[in-house]
Design a protein around this ligand. Structure first.
Ligand code: GNR
Ligand code: NI
Length: 185
């Protein structure tokens, strides 16, 4: 088991388009397990492989209250069932600390394969449907901030770029402090 680092906006690797999984093998199952562990640890209700820099069409989701209903969806596709849309305040592990209302289809038809290669075809609604649409966007290089105004998106980009600079400074300071400690020991 392993926690995987999550790419953050505006990292250009989040813009890559993921390719279909050809073989649902142990490598894919291990990745899906690590993605679930990473998602629960964050914590989040969904994660796309694109977010951990693996550009294959794999997503994991758990929208259950107790976080005990993990779903692995491989080569997922969806289409709207009707034209109804719902607005929901979305967040994203790749856009930490920012939230905004996004409109998504209320009901969708989901097709995918599970981690055992079994075909899945089911209707989804509510938070599950929202999350599927959010995760599919990731596989296509799209982020929820792309639906916001350019002004809002640029404000988010600048704040996250500053956070990333600060994170690097903090890591460097920590490493130097540790090196000093080691030298004294
Ligand atoms: O944890 C997450 N919560 C969430 C809330 C509303 C709409 C979508 C999501 S998905 C997000 C995790 C994530 O970034 N998945 O890509
Ligand atoms: Ni996301």
């Amino acid at each position: 088991m392993a926690l995987l680092p999550i790419l953050e906006f505006p990292d250009p690797r989040l813009r890559k388009i993921a390719v279909d999984v050809v073989n649902i093998n142990d490598e894919v199952r291990t990745l899906a397990k690590d993605m679930l562990e990473t998602m629960y640890d964050a914590p989040g209700i969904g994660l796309a492989a694109s977010q951990v820099n693996v550009h294959q069409r794999i997503i994991v989701i758990d929208v259950s209250e107790d976080g005990d209903k993990p779903r692995v969806l491989i080569n997922p596709t969806w289409e709207p069932l009707g034209e109804d849309k719902q607005s929901y305040q979305e967040g994203c592990l790749s856009v930490p600390e920012f939230y905004d209302d996004i409109e998504r289809y209320s009901q969708i038809q989901l097709s995918a394969f599970d981690e055992n290669g079994e075909a899945i075809s089911e209707q989804a609604e509510g938070l599950f449907a929202i999350c599927i649409q959010h995760e599919l966007d990731h596989l296509n290089g799209k982020l929820f901030v792309d639906y916001l105004s350019r002004l809002k998106r640029e404000r988010i980009r600048k704040k996250l770029e500053k956070k990333h600079r600060d994170d690097i400074k903090d890591a460097l300071y920590e490493a130097q402090a540790k090196a000093k400690m080691d030298a004294q020991a």
